[in-house]
Design a protein around this ligand. Structure first.
Ligand code: NI
Ligand code: MN
Length: 227
């Protein structure tokens, strides 16, 4: 499968189906893609913050794709004219062969820049299986002990986890997350988009690879790799 890092927490994963996750392109200072470049069957959105819901509506409409998230967020997307499928944490559903389960994430999910913010439900992460590979995208979250359970119940081939600190786990907590998740590979995300979340991903890579059995793939925004 082809994995493209859209920057920040955004990915496009293409195999028998194309899955976009948290496609934040417009207003992302590091993004190399425009929303018109992204075509996806499924658009997974972890929560309602602008740096995650991002270009979801435009991508869903131009792709005739389906937004998958917690129910409150998918109602919001449906009201904006996007096809969507609401779920909730702990629930799974199979979309034309792609099994997706929503996992917990410790974070917020208000939408908009003015009070009162629009409530878009609880944030989430995703475990999904595409063409035999199990992928975990943690969403925006702090470290939590149930990652051990996620790691025990799923043989994770690839985990995308935040390392930026301030809004999410920083690198030290992300290392603990890797120890619990035991993924084959890790892609760090949610760092360096702004100075507040500046991190050195190569330092994270050497820490993880010296202290766990997982390999770290550091991707530049816009970069693709075969996985
Ligand atoms: Ni957020
Ligand atoms: Mn975020």
């Amino acid at each position: 499968m082809k994995i493209t890092y859209l920057g920040h927490a955004g990915f496009l994963i293409e195999d028998s189906k194309a899955i976009a996750i948290d496609p934040f392109l417009t207003g992302n200072p590091l993004a190399k893609h425009k929303s018109k470049d992204v075509i996806a069957d499924l658009i997974l959105v972890s929560h309602g913050h602008g740096d995650h819901i991002g270009d979801t509506i435009a991508i869903a409409k131009q792709s005739d794709g389906t937004v998958v998230s917690v129910n409150e967020l998918t109602i919001f997307c449906s009201n904006k004219g996007a096809k969507s499928h609401g779920m909730h944490i702990g629930g799974s559903h199979t979309f034309e062969g792609v099994k997706i389960k929503l996992t917990p994430a410790w974070h917020g999910s208000g939408y908009g820049g003015e009070c009162p913010l629009e409530y878009l439900g609880t944030p989430c992460g995703f475990v999904f299986n595409l063409d035999g590979k199990t992928i975990y995208h943690a969403g925006d979250t702090g470290l939590f002990g149930d990652m051990e359970l996620i790691g025990r119940m799923n043989k994770i081939d690839l985990a995308m986890i935040p390392i930026g600190d301030n809004f999410t786990m920083g690198p030290e907590d992300a290392l603990e997350a890797v120890k619990m998740l035991k993924p084959g590979h890790v892609i760090p995300m949610h760092y360096n988009t702004w100075p507040l979340i500046k991190q050195d991903p190569l330092n994270f890579k050497s820490e993880v690879e010296s202290k766990t059995g997982s390999k770290v793939l550091v991707m530049a925004p816009g970069e693709s790799l075969e996985f």
